[in-house]
Write a new protein. Structure first.
Length: 303
């Protein structure tokens, strides 16, 4: 279950151990990281096209997904906004250039277009021979290796990466506000509160939440949990460029566990390399807590 975290941490650690003194090589790495964002999003779009077994009970699935997504999103963003207010505005912390609002909107549109292009192409591909999960995994490991090299050459100490109070505060805020949103969703849908808490504990890790919840509560709830966390990841990708400048905690935290992997490239691209340690700490804590919390809350339900 935790092999995915090793896939993330090992390339990052290896990259961090590789010093690079060539400015031209560092420039090449920076450009490569930016380009690979689009590659990974394109592959994610193809993987979306391969999703099946969602044709039955679509109405119930989408209603469950919509209600929980709205409740959790509202609570998450409210809590993370308060965290940003408490921290105050950042100045010169990220090293990322100021970008106009139109440029941010255009950036988000491009990211969405890449995903939609992948979905369109995926309709013509055979999942049996096009191993999109394997390709995505290797692309992600290469990207994280390059990001690790960027971290090593950014001047940050390892202590800053592993012990980051801001990242821990974001993770705790996301966890607590997600529970509040889950309780709201369960109340609105007349579900047991324990199911709502389990539903809210996936924190964007859609493959995990869909499998665990589906195994206990059936395919309808499993599919709804999968779509909820998947939609969370897609929304995070769209809003990160727009939120990063004024509300960085919202930008980092809303992606939940995915801030450690799939939304990490978008965060790095929007906020600079110094955002990476914060995102990794937040995503790592939420990834560790996710399966434990989901299984714990499911143990209280009669299913």
């Amino acid at each position: 279950m935790y092999s995915g975290m090793l896939i993330v941490l090992l390339p990052l650690a290896l990259g961090y151990c590789l010093p690079c003194r060539s400015q031209s090589l560092l420039h090449f790495i920076n450009v490569s990281v930016e380009r690979m964002v689009y590659l990974i999003l394109f592959l994610m779009g193809i993987s979306l096209a391969f999703v099946d077994n969602l044709s039955t009970h679509l109405g119930t699935i989408f209603i469950l997904c919509g209600v929980f997504l709205a409740c959790i999103t509202l609570c998450n963003l409210a809590g993370l906004w308060l965290l940003d207010v408490r921290r105050g505005r950042l100045s010169g912390e990220r090293g990322a250039p100021v970008i106009s609002k139109w440029a941010l909107l255009f950036d988000s549109a491009k990211l969405c277009l890449v995903i939609l292009t992948g979905v369109g192409l995926g309709q013509f591909l055979d999942p049996g021979w096009f191993q999109v999960d394997t390709l995505s995994e290797w692309a992600l490991m290469l990207l994280l290796l390059l990001i690790g090299i960027q971290l090593r050459n950014s001047g940050m100490r390892l202590r800053q990466i592993l012990l980051n109070r801001w990242g821990l505060a974001i993770a705790l805020t996301v966890m607590v506000t997600s529970w509040i949103g889950g309780l709201m969703g369960a109340w609105l849908m007349n579900m047991p509160l324990s199911q709502g808490l389990a539903f809210a504990s996936g924190n964007g890790w859609y493959s995990l939440s869909g499998i665990l919840i589906g195994d206990k509560l059936g395919p309808i709830m499993g599919s709804a949990a999968f779509l909820n966390d998947l939609a969370r990841e897609l929304i995070a990708i769209m809003i990160i460029p727009a939120l990063m400048r004024r509300h960085p905690s919202c930008a980092i935290g809303y992606g939940g566990a995915t801030s450690m992997d799939f939304t990490l490239p978008v965060l790095q691209r929007s906020g600079g390399v110094t955002i990476v340690p914060v995102a990794i700490v937040s995503g790592f804590v939420l990834s560790l807590a996710g399966p434990v919390l989901i299984l714990s809350f499911l143990s209280f339900t009669s299913g």
